[in-house]
Structures are given as structure tokens and as C-alpha cells.
Design a protein around this ligand. Structure first.
Ligand code: SF4
Length: 385
């Protein structure tokens, strides 16, 4: 179809396409032509065939949460017998283990605890920075900022300024789920509206805290709503330039109130990645989620416009609790990148390449570095060196 070819060519060349055109590509473009245009776009933006990964650890401070999202298998309501929160000492111990295994970043993530206001997060971030000044704190999201502001009865701007001063380096894009009103209300009726999530991101960007942006797909939203989610993020990016990366992932069906009634297929996911690469002319990086879609689809994503394979996350409990079981070793993930005809490289939070593994001889050899081990699903296994 001539119109599709025109839109693909313009987008691959770095031109801006409308949300309507993105929806046309997502729903109608032939799979291979869509992938090819997205890969050309990736190559133009990134400049080479290097695919990056980062070593980090997701540390959960509490599973107690008052927000009760219907897709969430991780949280427990206040006073629930399975609710917990970790002491500062335990959180710091886990940071120390992460540093020992080469992590450069921590993602501190947790529920909306009814007593955790700005003061809690100030204490948390400053303690991590005091003990591990080189560990980057890429953590929490707008939902946590909205919650802590409410608990402490302060404004959003003040909360952002205080947690930044305490040591928060950048904001993880968690909590975006689906931003358009209908699917968001169906999934997370107690979470702030999508517009508010974006307003908080914009305020953070304006205070110098950059972020990533995420999307959870596969809970029954329409193709139009998926593209609307992208449009809402791009509108903010037009004003701030503060989103470093876009990271879609697929809903995991176990142990939550939605009971797995719907899920995104691998093809839907891959098409969304390519469409996002072509639509986000102003967001530099695109990350796939092999954890939720599996290693095969994750590897294929490297030919659909993706330049970042995400985290070798030394601990992960939130998505694992909902059924994601794709744990792996660093050596295996490097092999997936290399056999996709890409060059693996470890990056830092700012996407600076720390080590490029041009040949297998350059690969890191620490076999203790395994990914997405859940301390809830299975006790973390870190053996002494
Ligand atoms: S997704 Fe986050 S905010 Fe929602 S219930 Fe789970 S822990 Fe709470």
C-alpha cells in the first residue's frame, strides 16, 4: 500500500509521523517491512550495531500497598499477614551484594506503604549514597512521588526536590501501565490518572531528574489505546527531552485479580516495538523485555528496532511474582545478543558504554552474575567468589 510505504520511509529517515500514521503501521504494515524500517531507524539513531545491557539489582523495600492494582501479584494490603518491609540494614546489605557482583545501578521499588512519606525516601536514598556513593539510584516512579507527597502533605515539586537532594539520580518509569483513561481505570482504579503520571514526570524532568518510560501491554487494551499511550509520552518528550528510553513489557498472568484473561502475543509485542521505534523520533533508546516475552522473542526484538537488552537484574520480585520465569546468566544473554549479529556491550545508567565485547574473548567471565533471580519465588543464590 503506497501510504504505508510512504510513512515507513519518512519515519525510517527520521521524520515525524502522527499517531494516526503510527496506528496504521501497527495494525496494517507487513511484518517484515515494518521491522526493516525500524531497524534502519535504530541504526541511524545509534550509529552502529552495538546492543547494550546494564547490571543492576531491583531491591524491594516493602510489599505493603494501599493501591491494590488489579494486575499486581506482588503487593499485600496493610495488616496482611504476608506484608513485610525490609530494614535499612537489609537494603544496604543487598546493595553491597550488588556492588560485589558488578552492578552499577539499583532500582529501589516497593508498594505504596501508608506510612512511607518523603522522609522515608530521603533516609533511604541518603543511606545508599552514604555507603555506596558510586551506585546509581535509578528508582521509583511518579506513583510513588504522588503517594509520598500525600502522606507527608507536601507538594509534588517539594518531594522531587527533596528526594533528588537525598541522592535519587533518575526516575524509573514504573507505574505507567496504560496511560489512557479507560484501560488505566480498569487496571489500577486507585492509581493517579495517566495525565498526572506524565505531569509528575514533566516536573521531575524540569528539575533535572531524567527518566525512562514504560508500558505494560496485554490486559485487553485496544490497538488505538496502545498508540495513544505512545502519543501521550511523546507530547511530554517534545517539551522536556527527559525520557532516555522507552521500555514496553507484557502483562504476566499469574496470582493477580485479572487472572490472565488476556495477554499480548509475541507478534503484537514485536510490532509495537517497531512502531515505537518509528514513532519516537525524539527518544534515543528502545529496550525490549526478554524477561516477560521470553528469550526467543527478546532476541528477535534486536531486529525490530531495539538497541538495549535491559538489565542483568540480579534480583527481581515484582514481575516474577506474576509468572515471569525467564531467569538467565550474563553469559547466555551476551550469547543471545551476539548470535543476533549484534555486538554486546555493558552500559551505565546514562547509556555510556563501559565495556564492548567485540569478540567472545572480551566477554566477562563471572558466572555468578545471573539475572532476575527472585528472592520471593526462590532464595537468592550468591556464592562466595
Ligand atoms: S503495582 Fe505498585 S502501586 Fe500497584 S498494587 Fe502493585 S505495588 Fe501497589
Amino acid at each position: 500500500m503506497a501510504e504505508i510505504d510512504d510513512v515507513l520511509a519518512r519515519a525510517a529517515d527520521g521524520g515525524r509521523i502522527s499517531a494516526e500514521e503510527a496506528e496504521l503501521l501497527y495494525t496494517e504494515a507487513p511484518f517484515h517491512t515494518l521491522a526493516e524500517a525500524a531497524d534502519i531507524s535504530r541504526r541511524r539513531i545509534i550509529g552502529d550495531n552495538i546492543v547494550t545491557y546494564i547490571i543492576d539489582r531491583n531491591i524491594n523495600y516493602t510489599n505493603v500497598c494501599v493501591t491494590a492494582c488489579k494486575f499486581c501479584a506482588f503487593y499485600r494490603a496493610p495488616k496482611h499477614e504476608e506484608g513485610w518491609d525490609h530494614s535499612m540494614e537489609e537494603i544496604l546489605r543487598r546493595c553491597g551484594e550488588a556492588v560485589e557482583l558488578g552492578a552499577t545501578q539499583v532500582m529501589l521499588q516497593g508498594g505504596h506503604h501508608p506510612e512511607f512519606g518523603v522522609e522515608y525516601y530521603e533516609a533511604l536514598f541518603s543511606a545508599v549514597k552514604r555507603d555506596y556513593p558510586d551506585l546509581v539510584i535509578h528508582s521509583i516512579g511518579p506513583s510513588e512521588i504522588a503517594h509520598m507527597s500525600k502522606v507527608s502533605s507536601v507538594g509534588i515539586d517539594e518531594s522531587i526536590a527533596r528526594i533528588k537532594a537525598a541522592g535519587l539520580d533518575s526516575i524509573a518509569g514504573a507505574g505507567a501501565e496504560m496511560l489512557p483513561e479507560r484501560p488505566r481505570k480498569a487496571l489500577a482504579p486507585l492509581k493517579e490518572p495517566g495525565e498526572v503520571w506524565l505531569e509528575i514526570m514533566e516536573q521531575a524532568h524540569n528539575q533535572g531528574l531524567e527518566s525512562t518510560a514504560t508500558m505494560m501491554m496485554g490486559t485487553g487494551e485496544t490497538a488505538h489505546e496502545r498508540i495513544e499511550h505512545l502519543r501521550m509520552i511523546r507530547d511530554v518528550q517534545d517539551r522536556t527531552g527527559g525520557f532516555r528510553s522507552f521500555i514496553p513489557w507484557t502483562y504476566q498472568p499469574e496470582n493477580n485479580h485479572l487472572k490472565g484473561r488476556t495477554q499480548a502475543t509475541a507478534i503484537e509485542y514485536l510490532r509495537l516495538l517497531s512502531t515505537a521505534r518509528l514513532f519516537f523520533h525524539n527518544v534515543k533508546h528502545l529496550q525490549s523485555s526478554w524477561l516477560t516475552v521470553g528469550k526467543a522473542a527478546g532476541q528477535l526484538s534486536l531486529h525490530m528496532g531495539v538497541d538495549d537488552f535491559g538489565s542483568i537484574m540480579l534480583e527481581e520480585n515484582v514481575i516474577s511474582s506474576a509468572g515471569a520465569r525467564n531467569s538467565s546468566r550474563l553469559s547466555e544473554l551476551i550469547e543471545l545478543i551476539r548470535t543476533a549479529d549484534r555486538i554486546p556491550a555493558q552500559r551505565d545508567t546514562l547509556y555510556e558504554r563501559m565495556s564492548i565485547h567485540w569478540t567472545p574473548e572480551d566477554d566477562p567471565q563471572d558466572d555468578r552474575v545471573r539475572s532476575h533471580v527472585s528472592t520471593i519465588v526462590k532464595e537468592l543464590q550468591i556464592k562466595p567468589a
